[in-house]
Design a binder for this molecule. Structure first.
Ligand code: DHB
Length: 391
């Protein structure tokens, strides 16, 4: 088959790109190896920057994040037995929305299908050829085992951290800047009323915990754990004990735990985000550890930069923006990498931390909460820097 832009991956990045391109009159095909149900049911992060919500408004009159999600005007940092609110509204006049990524995906898929988009689930990309030519091609296999070849003007890898397109862009499947962390998050979903009105990011001698929410009846919480831990090895009572001991000062509302998962921590940036007629966006281009919730927001930011570049290239034959894509996107990506690393290292307790490390970390947290400049940096980064082409 032939299309203008072949998009590998129907996550937030791929679907949003397809939607924005369609609005500019550029057709695309989106393929994903997963089924629609798998995509819509995988539990991912929950925080959208204000700018991300404004972009998602393009799907409808306004994004469902505004009606089904909840606006948050601050977070709490808790350490050394006290809570400190970071008041986004007064510091930067912006906020975030608590709206689960899989809900945003349902909205994106529904909008693409309603617009008659060519969206193919259960189709697995095998490789990309011809990125150096002006007729790149994606070789894929359908669920029935039948081969599919997509002939395009441009190929986009929006296919996540195990990206197949990455090899064609960077010359290797793994080539990039990489960092691992000696801990992970144990995540739970439970049936209980909220324990707090805003998110609590808590540093405690027992390790980090994040108290987040989903709705009036479902809550999301995480605590720092060993990356090798078996999620089934804890009883519910042990899980509540772990969580409770890490947020001294708050009594968590407990309830049945109906989902548990272990999230690995990684920082990764591909060596190259574009070669010839192929480019990477979202997790295919970079991974951040989850502290600070930058993952999906960064994917949306990449897409805005790439979409503009593709419009110039495909509608006006102007290569300047696509030539600049790598540098333009990396400017924000490295800022977000730093913020995600910083939030992670400031709030978690490394397994080999010395007394010096522990006390220095508390000094760092005090520095941030006692200084308006410190709180404002956190608020700016958390709510999101200005997006391409937007005020
Ligand atoms: C959630 C996840 C995050 O990584 C974060 O920083 C805040 C909230 C969540 O899933 O609710």
């Amino acid at each position: 088959v032939r299309t203008r832009v072949a998009i590998v991956g129907a996550g937030p990045a791929g679907l949003l790109l397809s939607h924005l391109l369609a609005a500019a009159g550029i057709d695309s095909i989106v393929i994903d190896s997963r089924t629609r149900e798998q995509i819509e049911q995988t539990i991912r992060a929950g925080i959208l920057e204000q700018g991300t919500v404004e972009v998602l408004d393009a799907l409808d009159e306004f994004s469902r994040a505004r009606t089904v999600g909840h606006r948050h005007d601050g977070i709490e940092l808790r350490f050394a037995g006290a809570g400190h609110r970071i008041d986004f509204a007064s510091l930067v006049g912006r906020g975030v929305w608590l709206y689960p990524q899989h809900e945003a995906l349902k909205d994106l898929i529904a909008a693409r299908i309603a617009a008659g988009a060519d969206l193919r689930f259960g189709v697995t990309a095998q490789r990309v050829e011809g990125a150096a030519s002006d007729r790149p091609r994606v070789f894929a296999t359908g669920a029935d085992g039948r081969a599919l070849e997509i002939d395009a003007d441009f190929v986009v890898g929006a296919d996540g951290s195990h990206s197949v397109v990455r090899a064609a862009v960077t010359g290797s499947q793994t080539g990039g800047y990489f960092r691992e962390y000696p801990f992970a998050w144990f995540g739970i979903l439970c049936e209980a009323p909220p324990s707090a009105t805003e998110l609590i990011y808590s540093n405690s001698p027992n390790g980090f915990a994040l108290i987040s929410q989903r709705s009036a009846t479902v809550q999301r919480m995480y605590f720092q754990c060993d990356p090798e831990v078996d999620p089934e090895s804890y009883t519910e009572e042990q899980l509540w004990h772990e969580l409770q001991s890490r947020v001294p000062g708050t009594t968590l509302n407990e309830g049945p735990i109906f989902q548990r998962d272990v999230l690995r921590f990684r920082s990764f940036v591909a060596h190259s985000l574009r070669t010839g007629r192929a480019a990477l966006v979202g997790d295919a281009a970079h991974t951040v550890p989850p502290t600070g919730a930058k993952g999906m927001n960064l994917a949306v930011a990449d897409v805005l930069v790439l979409e503009r570049a593709l419009r110039a290239l495909l509608l006006e034959n102007d290569e300047r923006l696509i030539d600049a894509y790598h540098d333009t996107a990396l400017h924000r990506i490295w800022k977000a990498q730093h913020f995600s690393w910083w939030m992670t290292s400031m709030l978690h307790v490394a397994p080999d931390a010395s007394d010096f490390d522990r006390l220095r970390q508390l000094g760092e947290l005090q520095t941030v909460v006692e200084s308006e400049a410190g709180r404002r940096y956190l608020a700016e980064a958390y709510t999101g820097w200005p997006l391409e082409g937007r005020a």
